[in-house]
Design a protein around this ligand. Sequence first.
Ligand SMILES: Nc1ncnc2c1ncn2[C@@H]1O[C@H](COP(=O)(O)OP(=O)(O)OP(=O)(O)O)[C@@H](O)[C@H]1O
Ligand SMILES: [Mg+2]
Length: 85
Amino acid sequence: MTVSNVAGCGLQKGFTEVYRGTQLVINLLPKVKLEIVVKDAKVDDVVQIISRISRTGSVGDGKIFIYPVEQAIRIRTGETGDDAI
Ligand SMILES: Nc1ncnc2c1ncn2[C@@H]1O[C@H](COP(=O)(O)OP(=O)(O)OP(=O)(O)O)[C@@H](O)[C@H]1O
Ligand SMILES: [Mg+2]
C-alpha cells in the first residue's frame, strides 16, 4: 500500500479559528490517504476492514473511493495483472 500525508476537506469544509486576533478560515485539514490496489475478489473485505477500524461515528472519519486499475506491472519481474499485485 501507499500512505501519504495530504490536506483535504469534506462536507464541513474545514473549520474557522482565531490566531493572534485574526480570524483564519482553515479549509484544508491534515489527513492520511491510503492507496491500496487489490484483486477484485478482495475489494469487499478491504472496504469492510478499513470501515470498521476507521469509524468513530464523528464527522471526518473519511471516505473510501473505489475505482478500477487498468493494469499493474511489477518492474523487477515483468509480471502483470493480478500476479503483479
Ligand atoms: N468528494 C470528495 N472528493 C475528494 N476527496 C474527498 C471528498 N470527500 C471527502 N474527501 C476527502 O476525505 C477527507 C475526509 O472527508 P470527510 O470524512 O470529512 O467527508 P464528509 O463528506 O465531510 O463526511 P462526514 O460528514 O462524515 O465528515 C477530506 O478531508 C478529503 O480529503
Ligand atoms: Mg467531514
